[in-house]
Design a protein around this ligand. Structure first.
Ligand SMILES: [Zn+2]
Length: 158
């Protein structure tokens, strides 16, 4: 099982969310432009920018106001691409002298659920005002499809 998502896509204001189910395990991968997540896509230069990366990393790690699911689920794993406050991971494999450089931030969650999830609510719109849409793809045991989530419709129900 896999997704055919275009990982190279990078449009400011737009993110991607991939949801898959394997029995009681649910996997979610969220990809957001750094421009919308942090307000910049370059190497952090000021202490304020480093602080911003650190606080986003904490928010993603804890899934605080990122993705809300119903059902009796436990978040058993969270991983994101913001490895440290210096942003090294964000910029590895990139040259930085080109102002056209773009960067995405990725976060992956794994939930273990006693009940099947019937609603996923993306809360991150609330704290990222420039984020307008998230292209959602899901691949569940009895359902698969695509939907564009927006600020006015930030959820999917199955
Ligand atoms: Zn960009």
């Amino acid at each position: 099982m896999g997704f055919s998502a275009n990982a190279q896509q990078h449009t400011h204001g737009q993110g991607q969310l991939l949801i898959s189910q394997d029995g009681t395990e649910w996997h979610m991968q969220l990809i957001l432009p750094a421009a919308d997540s942090l307000g910049f896509e370059h190497v952090p230069e000021t202490q304020a920018q480093k602080n911003k990366i650190e606080s986003l990393a904490k928010k993603l790690q804890e899934n605080a106001a990122v993705i809300e699911v119903d059902g009796r689920c436990a978040l058993i794993k969270a991983a994101h691409s913001l490895v440290n406050q210096h942003g090294d991971e964000l910029h590895k494999n990139h040259e930085h002298d080109n102002e056209q450089d773009h960067h995405d931030i990725e976060v992956e969650y794994q939930f273990s659920c006693k009940d099947a999830i019937t609603q996923v609510y993306v809360k991150i719109f609330e704290t990222m005002p420039s984020l307008n849409a998230i292209e959602l793809q899901w691949l569940l045991e009895n359902s698969q499809g695509m939907l564009t989530l927006t600020r006015s419709h930030p959820y999917i129900e199955w």
